[in-house]
Design a protein around this ligand. Structure first.
Ligand SMILES: *Cc1c(COP(=O)(O)O)cnc(C)c1O
Length: 367
């Protein structure tokens, strides 16, 4: 056996080892059926059961009320930027957009395409705080006649996260949240949202499927003129089988959900996530400025911890030596530089402890 590695990739990201082992054991023969999940018809009872159980497990984990539909779509979170506006913004003049980092900015720049509604920027963390802080929801300048209010709960690239999410009482407009990188990392009240969506490859499973949790009444906004494959209603009407879902990623997502239920669910994993993030930030803050994270402590991400040293050369050396020590993919996002440690649900505390130990040794060697 080779020494274990810890994979700090932002996504596709590390998965629970138990899940990968189960997938390996079932790869050629799923539960005595003689089939691999990869080669099952998506309309077979076998696969429909896998998908239904994945949905049920997610419903259990997130306590999703019955008036919300759950879809496993394709196209990633990025496809949702447009699918949301195509389906929800017809007949509206504006869409509220909260810009807090790379991903919400991407959504901001996409959501106005092919719809009449104009983007209304309700708050912009770049302009206000140079992405070192987040505008509190009470300070969002919302247009109350907008189709919906879009925000991102955790900015995967910039390392910012809303620790308290706005409630439905904030606005008459439905809250639409990109939770790609912190879904099922902590409890949320689904009733506060019109739509929650998340690409699977951060905290749920492999790349290829995107979870959409949508309040039923919003489906009435989908015009039949929206092409069917981009229309929420066609997917709901066909119970997720409008076209072929990403069957294998859905299966793995289901295994991850069941793993999380066994871990005690989202409250239990939240406690672990809090502990991992607390240890890593405490170390960074106690490094006498050798490692820096300039984000306001109240909005630091518990999923994506960014930090840098005094120079880009030192950062590159850090990432290279960390890689050799088995601490993988710590290099920051291309436009950001520095380092990023993604410590999603599947990252054990031991991985964070190994990283801190390495950071301290690196600092001693290169002070
Ligand atoms: C990764 C990510 C995306 C983009 O996801 P794709 O599946 O690559 O389209 C969007 N939003 C957030 C918050 C992300 O972390």
């Amino acid at each position: 056996m080779s020494t274990p590695i810890y994979n700090f990739s932002a996504g596709p990201a590390t998965l629970p080892e138990d899940v990968l082992k189960q997938a390996q054991a079932e790869l050629l023969d799923y539960q005595g059926t003689g089939f691999s999940v990869m080669t099952m018809s998506h309309r077979s009872d076998l696969f429909m059961d896998i998908m239904q159980r994945a949905e049920n497990s997610l419903r259990q984990l997130m306590n999703i009320p019955n008036n919300y539909k759950v879809l496993f779509l394709q196209g990633g979170a990025s496809a949702q930027f447009n699918m949301l506006s195509l389906n929800l913004a017809q007949g509206f003049k504006t869409i509220n957009s909260v810009v807090t980092g790379n991903w919400s900015l991407m959504a901001n720049n996409e959501m106005g395409k092919l719809v009449d509604a104009k983007i209304h920027v309700a708050a912009h963390a770049g302009e206000l705080y140079n992405y070192n802080n987040l505008p509190s929801p009470s300070a969002w300048q919302l247009d109350e006649s907008a189709a919906y209010t879009h925000y991102t709960s955790n900015e995967t690239v910039h390392g910012l996260q809303y620790q308290a999410l706005p409630t439905a009482a904030l606005t008459n407009t439905p809250l639409v949240c990109d939770m790609s990188s912190d879904i099922i990392s902590r409890p949320v009240n689904v009733n506060d949202f019109g739509v929650i969506y998340a690409g699977a490859q951060k905290n749920i499973g492999p790349a290829g499927t995107t979870i959409v949790i949508i309040r039923e009444d919003l489906l009435e906004r989908s015009s039949p003129l929206v092409p069917s494959v981009w229309n929420y209603k066609s997917h709901v009407d066909k119970e997720g089988m409008y076209n072929t879902p990403a069957t294998y990623p859905v299966y793995i997502a289901g295994l991850v959900f069941d793993w999380l239920i066994q871990q005690g669910g989202v409250s239990a994993i939240e406690a672990k996530n809090n502990e991992k993030a607390a240890q890593l930030y405490a170390y960074i803050d106690s490094s006498d400025g050798y490692y820096k994270n300039t984000i306001d402590a109240a909005v630091r991400s518990k999923m994506n911890v960014i930090f840098h040293t005094a120079s880009a050369e030192r950062d590159a050396q850090f990432a290279k030596e960390a890689d050799q020590a088995g601490l993988k993919l710590l290099k920051g996002y291309k436009s950001m530089g520095g380092m990023r440690a993604s410590i999603y649900n599947a990252m054990p505390l031991a991985g964070v402890e190994a990283l801190i130990k390495f950071m301290d040794e690196f600092k001693a060697r290169n002070a």
